[in-house]
Design a protein around this ligand. Sequence first.
Ligand code: AMO
Length: 422
Amino acid sequence: MRVLVRDLPEREGEEVEVWGWLHWRRDLGGVQFALVRDRTGVVQVVLPGGGRLPLQESVVRARGRVVRSEKAPGGYELHSPGLTLVAPAEKPSPVEIPKEEWRANPETLLTYRYVTLRGEKARAPLKIQAALVRGFRRYLDEQGFTEIFTPKIVKAGAEGGSNLFEVDYFGEPAFLAQSPQLYKQIMVGVYERVYEVAPVWRAEEHATSRHLNEYLSLDVEMGFIESEEDVMALEEELIQAMLEEARTHASREIELLGAEWPKTPRTFPRVPYAEAKRIVKELGVGMGADLNDAAERALGEYFAEKYGTDFVFVVDYPEEVRPFYTMPKEGGLTRGYDLLFRGLEITSGGQRIHQPERIVQQLKKKKMDVEAFRDYIEVFRYGMPPHGGFAIGAERFTQKLLGLPNVRYARAFPRDRHRVTP
Ligand code: AMO
């Protein structure tokens, strides 16, 4: 009967079978050692010498007795007369899976991702991310949100700029969605509270450790709010719920990566944009008109040290640096905000405009094509409540939570400027 590696300690002295991959092997002549990996961990198998061990990554079954052993990883090993080969690996793995470390050449790790992902450290971030996303869904379901699924081939980009991928839609130009922004707002008119978990595309030519051309956007939108403050309050609780889900259901992976758990006060500080710029300047960090990544990093460190928090909201952004749909407020400012996590923007959000004429006015102000947004504006002529929402970049959240050197390791098959395979 198959027993998972995780459950071996409960089976001490029993005869069991472990199914998995031959993670590592060593032949000492008189005795052989193998490590077998399944979805829950790795176990050492002690075998009599003489037999030929298959190549690493072969699929095997190991039948044997569970023995307590201080030297074995995990404290237990299997004493087995021999491995049964289920499916052989035909060639050696391009990298040593057990030795896989973040220090290995990233290009090699990504080129052979279909097999390097099997490494315990390589697969851990995706397992943790799955738990974060489950926490996201669970919390929002409890709060009366409805999950939606919006089109990913669209006629106009909500976020502006030139970073749209064009697709040939039966001879007509269309685009890959940059964000479900306009559709999630439309759906507020249907369900009041909605969320979506889906990929989006950005044709940015950046080659940085925090940009992907395809990423998982965790989108939220809610109606009947008083201001962006309601949206931020929801996000604070949501983040706590996501972290809790990961901590309870992916604790092994979190430990494996040695992730330092974030400092999360019940309410995250709100720093007005102008004030943030002043702090950055005082810290002596150079930046242009907008907060750049060096500025965000400096702010993150400042708030961690001074206020013991890894999360900071930057609020009161000026109109020039926010999208057209953002609700303006007095003094040329808006009700848009960003959330920084350990010095990286992981969320943009805010209150949106719900009056059609005001939307047209903002589109014109930004010199955007009003005609392209006609259908979107129409919905606001049929009664839309004050509303707002936000999007969390799942990979950036995972990256910062686990201290990954590159956002690419938080996506199974990252798409970047030079990579569309595997
Ligand atoms: P924005 O464009 O700021 O806002 O994106 C929201 C969040 O998505 C993540 N993100 C990215 N992650 C990886 N690679 C990229 N190239 C990339 N670009 C963005 C970030 C970012 O904070 N519609 C609004 C959201 C809203 O207001 O609801 C939007 O898309 O974590």
